[in-house]
Design a protein around this ligand. Structure first.
Ligand code: NAD
Ligand code: TYD
Length: 339
């Protein structure tokens, strides 16, 4: 089995590559990644010498390059993680989100049509469903929940999902889509809530909580997401969408307090800053379909996953220090100074 994994130098894609090479040692994995600010080749160092792994620096929007790679590798499957993924950046500059997330997805699927494929899998997000009100804890996102997006990021992901379903219906492309809730774990880029708060805590820097911090996210340990995708690409039904989430809803402020506690830092570091524009209140996945049809259940409890994650950041300063001391500093200044 030859699988092209796009965006494999990012957070979830890299974890997925490690998972696949471990669980399916006879598979060949070809990682295609543009290495944007969020892509980090050092993340893939542990597998670089694996004869069943190849890294190719390429933009998913580069049609010629993508077609050439398909000619060389004859992939059986494509799993598309490549995306611009940060909501705050999408609010500052939507265009690159439309380019990579929509045009890039179409380009990959055109290659799949041209050269043939057993499966194209789109890694999507629960954010395509918009948000749920805080006063209706009985409501959850199912696969039938209408698409109703809030940010340029989620809109670009929703646009891509619609195209994926259209390529299935119009051209018969064998597609699947997964819509997962917020992930956390090793190699999470420092701009996102959990790693940002861990790293700021370690530097005794203010912890910038947007608004009151009452927004709710449904957190899933990244390995559980990787297992879900592995199941979907092998046993999932073509043309179907699968929601992935583990019923682990947490308020932002509670996560930040938990991180302070785990690192022995005072909650006085918490600073409430201007809220995100259009900020989604609550995400909550109903994972009944993937549980009933594919037998998937999350394995890592949040209490264990967050401990492992914090320990990983403590043990792997070599990974995040070069990131936070480089271009990221300009980003941080721009987003958080005077906020
Ligand atoms: P990330 O930002 O950590 O990584 C994205 C990767 O894609 C990087 O390696 C980057 O270099 C690469 N990339 C970006 N543009 C590219 C392009 N034009 N061509 C080739 N490569 C490109 O993102 P992540 O958090 O790992 O998310 C991966 C996927 O999962 C995304 O599609 C995202 O929408 C989805 N997702 C993320 C979460 C989450 O909590 N992080 C939850 C649900 C779904
Ligand atoms: P984030 O990790 O950006 O994921 P998403 O927006 O895709 O859910 O943010 C998670 C939550 O944390 C979200 O409600 C915004 C909030 N947040 C903060 O309060 N402060 C921060 O510095 C960041 C990055 C996020």
């Amino acid at each position: 089995m030859n699988i092209i994994v796009t965006g494999g130098a990012g957070f979830i894609g890299s974890n997925f590559i490690f998972h696949m090479l471990k669980e399916h040692p006879d598979y060949r994995i070809i990682c295609l990644d543009k290495l944007t600010y969020a892509g980090n080749l050092s993340t893939l160092e542990p597998v670089m010498d694996n004869p069943n792994f190849r890294f190719v620096k390429l933009d998913i929007c580069d049609r010629e390059g993508v077609y050439q790679l398909f000619e060389e590798e004859h992939p059986d499957m494509v799993v598309n993680f490549a995306a611009e993924s940060h909501v705050d950046r999408s609010i500052e500059n939507p265009e690159v989100f439309l380019q990579t997330n929509i045009i890039g997805t179409a380009t990959l699927m055109d290659a799949c049509r041209k050269y043939g494929i057993k499966r194209y899998h789109q890694v999507s997000t629960d954010e395509v469903y918009g948000d749920l009100p805080l006063d209706r804890p009985d409501l959850f996102f199912t696969e039938e929940t209408p698409i109703h997006t809030s940010s340029p990021y989620s809109s670009s992901k929703a646009g891509a999902d619609l195209l994926v379903l259209a390529y299935h219906r119009t051209y018969g492309l064998p597609v699947t889509i997964s819509r997962c809730s917020n992930n956390y774990g090793p190699y999470h880029f420092p701009e996102k809530l959990i790693p940002l708060m861990i790293i700021n805590c370690l530097h005794d820097k203010p912890l910038p909580v947007y608004g009151e911090g009452l927004n709710v996210r449904d957190w899933l340990y990244v390995e559980d997401h990787c297992r879900a995708i592995d199941l979907i690409i092998h046993n999932g039904k073509v043309g179907e969408v699968y929601n992935v989430g583990g019923h682990n809803e947490m308020k932002n402020i509670d996560i930040v307090k938990l991180i302070c506690q785990a690192l022995g830092k005072p909650e006085s570091l918490i600073t409430h800053v201007t809220d995100r524009k259009g900020h989604d209140m609550r995400y909550a996945i109903d994972p009944t379909k993937i549980h009933n049809e594919l037998g998937w259940l999350p394995e890592t409890k949040f209490a264990d996953g967050i401990k492992k994650t914090i320990q990983w950041y403590l043990d792997n300063e070599d990974w995040w220090q070069p990131i936070v001391s480089g271009e990221y500093q300009n980003y941080y200044e721009k987003m958080y100074k005077d906020r």
